[in-house]
Design a protein around this ligand. Sequence first.
Ligand SMILES: NC(=O)c1ccc[n+]([C@@H]2O[C@H](COP(=O)([O-])OP(=O)(O)OC[C@H]3O[C@@H](n4cnc5c(N)ncnc54)[C@H](O)[C@@H]3O)[C@@H](O)[C@H]2O)c1
Ligand SMILES: [Zn+2]
Ligand SMILES: [Zn+2]
Length: 361
Amino acid sequence: MAQQVRGVVAPGKGEPVRIETITIPDPGPGEAVVKVQACGVCHTDLHYREGGINDEFPFLLGHEAAGVVESVGDGVTGVEPGDFVVLNWRAVCGQCRACLRGRPWYCFDTHNAAQKMTLADGTELSPALGIGAFADKTLVAAGQCTKVDPAAKPEVAGLLGCGVMAGLGAAINTGGVGRGDSVAVIGCGGVGAAAVLGARLAGAGTIIAVDLDERKLATAAGLGATHTVRAGDGDVVEAVRELTGGFGADVTIDAVGRPETYEQAFYARDLAGTVVLVGVPTPEMRLELPLLDVFGRGGSLKSSWYGDCLPSRDFPMLIDLYLQGRLDLDAFVSETIPLDGVEAAFEKMHHGDVLRSVVVL
Ligand SMILES: NC(=O)c1ccc[n+]([C@@H]2O[C@H](COP(=O)([O-])OP(=O)(O)OC[C@H]3O[C@@H](n4cnc5c(N)ncnc54)[C@H](O)[C@@H]3O)[C@@H](O)[C@H]2O)c1
Ligand SMILES: [Zn+2]
Ligand SMILES: [Zn+2]
């Protein structure tokens, strides 16, 4: 039987979010209903509320979540009621050209629930990134549930569902950071700080954190940055070169996503190095670079969606490292908040006061 629960809904462009009663259908074939335990507040939720993603209002926000599977529909074999899971927005199809070539992290046809969650009056909701987890329960495709060790705290585990995975993966998967490499991360919010942690995990020798905000630099240093550079205090490219023997870093990661930070990443990189863009630009942004420099400096220019992660491979492994004390994910939980604290959390995010506010249910 369909059930009614609380959910945080963005009713229209720029309007404050509010808690509504939402209807969750029983899971159909290939679907699962998950009892949400925790869900982090990500910049992308704010983008949705501001109409920056699309205008399919009303949205059911929230997409960095962990919880327990409550029920599953026909044909579901991967998870069962009682499983502790992290929700992902990359339930790979196994059939598209990327999946068939053995590169499922580029899957072009990822799965979401076929049925819709609705408001009490029947209005269909658009769940953020196909998840919608600022709610007591949510309906997803079963493939969006990745089982992990239940010893991990939900408010920490859920963060792997988006921003923290994006940053870790930007360094480890996309950037291919290796032992002894030098790495520079520009912008050390939740995503960039995770990139610092990823670079450390991969064995980087020099890790340079760059941010405008001293508080973010202090956090990055705590997570393994060997040097910090305050953007705005001088030339970022020169500072990174100075710290890397005059050459630039092997891998530079732009976790802001603006033309000026991308250009810094491009020139702060050693010859034949790698630039990774993980920050998300807006549609009007343009980049201008001398094409001869693009050619002459060699190496590779990459972008990183969700850290090129494969949830089934990466989430359980990262949770295991966390439980062994080898990956400090606790540092990302700045505060835990109730379901009605999302609007205030957007405000704190805007002022740079937090890495992550996490709704705990
Ligand atoms: N690629 C993906 O899959 C993915 C996933 C999640 C988030 N993101 C994107 O990553 C970006 C960062 O997200 P976040 O949650 O870390 O945001 P955030 O707001 O927490 O962090 C951004 C940081 O960049 C710093 N900054 C801003 N301008 C700067 C500049 N000119 N030089 C240096 N530092 C600067 C800020 O001080 C802040 O610390 C966003 O664009 C977000 O949309 C991408
Ligand atoms: Zn696919
Ligand atoms: Zn997100």
